[in-house]
Design a binder for this molecule. Structure first.
Ligand code: AMP
Length: 180
């Protein structure tokens, strides 16, 4: 069996669940307890790399901040470049931005205008998909620059929040799912 085809329970056990953080009612999935385990981190990146082998990915777009942990490791394995998708006012050169809705109010993501060339195949990576708003904003940035969204890769998917509904028609992969 390939690493990608193995059940992810071995990795899931290493994710710490923190109730009521950062605010009451939120169950936070803390990946730091997985990250500090060398063999587990290795398996995780192997599984991602197997999933995307042969997909001709030019760039990984990692979403700040935890997409910066997994994105570059996967980019290295795929021989792809890495593009940071950042919170506002962090990037030094000319940027394009996309606004998205949060539970209360809005937030913005930015990418350098010259980060993606038209037609490049871009895989968007983050640690977790909840409602999908963050990932959808990242896709908007890629497409504003005429990149092609090759898909979305997440370590964790909160399936009960149906974030996939915000990403219709795209290839979406998650290593671990939580259904409640
Ligand atoms: P969303 O836009 O709702 O899909 O939220 C995804 C972003 O918020 C990701 O960057 C996650 O790191 C973070 N996030 C949302 N909910 C959680 C959660 N329950 N545990 C950990 N991270 C979360």
């Amino acid at each position: 069996m390939t690493a990608a085809a193995q059940p992810a329970d071995d990795l899931k056990r290493l994710i710490r669940e923190v109730p009521d953080w950062p605010k009451p009612g939120i169950l936070f999935y803390d990946i730091t307890t997985l990250l500090k385990n060398g063999p587990a981190l290795h398996r995780l990146i192997d599984r991602f790399a197997e999933r995307y082998a042969g997909h001709n990915i030019d760039l990984i777009a990692g979403i700040e901040a935890r997409g910066f942990i997994f994105g570059p490791a996967l980019a290295y394995r795929l021989g792809a470049g890495f593009v940071p998708v950042r919170k506002p006012k962090k990037l030094p050169s000319v940027t394009v931005s996309a606004k998205y809705s949060l539970e209360y109010g809005t937030d913005t993501l930015e990418v350098h205008q010259d980060a993606i060339q038209p037609g490049q195949s871009v895989l968007i990576v983050d640690d977790l998909i909840a409602t999908g708003g963050t990932a959808a904003a990242a896709a908007q940035l890629v497409e504003t620059l005429h990149g092609k969204v090759a898909g979305f890769g997440f370590v964790v998917e909160l399936t009960f929040l149906n974030g996939r509904a915000k990403l219709p028609g795209y290839d979406i992969f998650s290593l671990m799912q939580y259904d409640k």
